[in-house]
Ligand binder design. Structure first.
Ligand code: SAH
Length: 209
């Protein structure tokens, strides 16, 4: 169920859906997604679908992880990255391969602890976990070359824009019933906003749990 063939099938599907970056495809091929879900769901880990991880949250669909990673890396090198919504840690593990350091914020303690253990077990050493409400970003570590939000707020949080470096980009789903994925790039004189596609994410919530 977690065989190379199953994983290859997932990669073929992502290519069919338009994921072109070979490094991203390779990252999806090599990060063991079955270790980021409960054992009972491990047999479905290489399906291109979101799966429950407890606390009403889901591990992101491989397609969306690949797409968001591609959107961040194709726009230039990534040194410092902020991720909002660690969840299972799967997106974190994929993104960690493309940046120098990544700060990953999660507001649900139980999820964060599990994610931290998985990332440590995989010997990924450039991730810093914070139990924090991501709606205010992480000012003390700003500016970031990339910010990725794995949950959808109704509007773009102003703090996240403020914490982008010039040339930095924020990849974020926006909206409640209908959500749209955007990439917002900070330029010398403002922000450039690109619509990517319609998406479905869990809601962005404020406060800690
Ligand atoms: N990409 C993750 C899935 C994330 S699900 C994966 O691959 O597993 C979205 C996560 O965002 C949830 O765990 C949720 O608790 C978290 N979240 C939502 N709003 C948040 C906020 N304001 N600050 C930090 N984390 C938040």
């Amino acid at each position: 169920m977690t065989s190379q063939r199953t994983r290859d099938r997932l990669i073929a599907r992502l290519q069919d859906q338009g994921i072109r970056n070979f490094e991203v495809l390779d990252a999806i091929r090599s990060v063991p997604r079955h270790l980021f879900v409960d054992e009972a769901l491990a047999h479905r880990a290489y399906e291109d679908t979101a799966l429950p991880i407890g606390n009403n949250q889901t591990i992101s669909q491989p397609y969306i992880v690949a797409r968001m990673t591609e959107l961040l890396i194709e726009a230039g090198p990534l040194e410092k990255v902020l991720e909002i919504g660690t969840g299972s840690g799967y997106q974190t593990a994929v993104l960690a391969r493309f940046c120098k350091e990544i700060y990953s914020l999660e507001r649900i303690k139980a999820l964060q602890e599990k994610a931290r253990k998985r990332i440590r077990a995989l010997k990924i050493h450039n991730v810093v976990f914070r139990y924090a409400d991501g709606s205010v970003g992480l000012a003390e570590k700003a500016p970031f070359d990339g910010i990725l939000a794995a949950a959808a707020p109704a509007e773009v949080p102003r703090e996240l824009l403020d914490q982008l470096a010039i040339g930095g980009r924020l990849v974020i789903p926006i909206g409640e019933q209908e959500q749209k994925l955007y990439r917002i790039t900070r330029t010398e004189d403002g922000f450039q906003k690109e619509f990517v596609e319609d998406v479905r994410f869990v809601p962005f919530r404020s406060g800690l749990r």
